[in-house]
Design a protein around this ligand. Sequence first.
Ligand code: BG6
Length: 484
Amino acid sequence: MVSRVIPVEPFDLIIFGGTGDLARRKILPALFRRFCDGQMEGGGRIIGAARTELDGDAYRQFVQEAIVEFVTDQRCEPAAIAKFLKTVSYVTLDARGDTGWNALAGMTDPSHVRAFYFSVGPSLFGDLAERLRDYGMGGGEARIVVEKPFGRDQQTAEELNATLARHFDESQIYRIDHYLGKETVQNLMAIRFGNMLFEPLWNSQYIDHIQFTVAETVGVAGREEYYDRAGAMRDMVQNHMMQLLCLIAMEPPAKFDPDAVRDEKLKVIRALDHVTPDDIVRGQYLDDGDRPGYLETVGDAKSNTESFVALKAHISNWRWAGTPFYLRTGKRLRARTSEIAVVFKDAPHSIFGAEAGRHRNILTIVLQPNEGIELGVTIKEPGPGGMRLVDVPLDMSFAEALGPDTQFAADAYERLIMDVIRGNQTLFMRGDEVEAAWAWTDPIIKEWLEGGATPLPYDSGSSGPTEALALMHRDGRRWREIRK
Ligand code: BG6
């Protein structure tokens, strides 16, 4: 597959928090890859901005090291790095004071798209937005990019939205949920709305339930402080899993256009029922001999924060009434895998009799690591001796079908940053969407805190607490295995 890369228009990308971890691990490597693919040929400039006193050369050295460490494919050639570094500069800047702002204004070109990436804590969002306005950088094609966590509840999200709205229009604000930049996540829309095959069956009449699994093998070491204040519900469910749920459950938008898509997602969030504690299992991982457990890692033997959550949700609308959505995510699980399994109902009547067993079609969409879709189809077991049925997969690995080196393997940040430059907000969360997601999450968290229940322990390397299995068993269903 030959990829078609269309260079974007000239831009200045300013990274506030330019010496931080996200810049090093994600933003700079993503920009370098886009540069190597020719997408910055129209003229792209990158300006790192942070409090640290550095000169341009020292920052370029930092960028070079980030690329060498985090771009591990063959594209990391010294000549390409040297060329890329010519686009990079740096300004020492104080988000809360006046240092550096005039210099920054002088370094950017008002005739370019100017994208300001707030790769800093939310407490600085207001200061940055205000100064960008004050120093005359908020107009023209100015855009701001903000990272999660976007608030820690509805109130803080509303406050953040109000703060940003004082200085920027919603059409200029790009709230990142990096799951939306994953190629296969976007594929959910292509699969649903680009094929005639699935959509007529995509409702509670034909679908028994849908299960979402985002399993990780990593623990929380290195992010203890953030994570222990967040937990799996805030860290993964309120944003990433909510986005997956929306894309699976939403009505077809009339157009593939930012507001048409986001309007439909918002309707899904608003139609979600409250989830009671009976339909939720929370867990905390134990040590595995080599690595400490959750409580030791966060250094608080009484922490009530969950590193695992499984829940059953319902969407109260015509399409989905009666079809449960099971969501689970956790750290230190058996394998790193993210998948969505759409489990269809049994055929209404089995002409083959009870001995043929129970068979169901399952459409599995694998988001990572081996992106692809698999459709389980029931056929006759080959050979003589009667009519026995067996389920076989109609299996499509995207890498096999499209070639392993397609853009499809690109990091989510590559696509999202280029979308910011292109001015396409489709894959970014709108303010009302984030608030609605918190409005659903908040009472769930409040209820479990009031109930006083503590998370259940689970073994590192397992599939989570056994109670999570029971959550489905009691409904006569079961989770798909977390496959290594
Ligand atoms: C982040 C969460 O947003 O997503 C992390 O804060 C999590 O806790 C990560 O590990 C998962 O992202 P991915 O792309 O590795 O599935």
